[in-house]
Design a protein around this ligand. Sequence first.
Ligand code: SF4
Length: 81
Amino acid sequence: MAFEKTGPVDIVGFVSCGGCPGKRAVARAQLMVDRGAEVIFLASCISRGNPIGFPCPHFEMIKNAIIKKIGPDITLIDWTH
Ligand code: SF4
């Protein structure tokens, strides 16, 4: 689904947000970039609430903070499936 945009990938990291209100999300996204990530995905459980229809209430804040931290050279895709 969302990975159709990238083609085949090597996954360099798979992390949680660190707990409300996403207190480790920015640092962990940056860590993945430091380890070679060219794209950061935010899973659809955060942005869309899949599969139970309950999206993260801090989604926009987390997304914007990550974009600000990782800069324009890294793509952020805010859904997965
Ligand atoms: S609600 Fe959002 S900030 Fe809180 S734990 Fe879930 S994903 Fe993280």
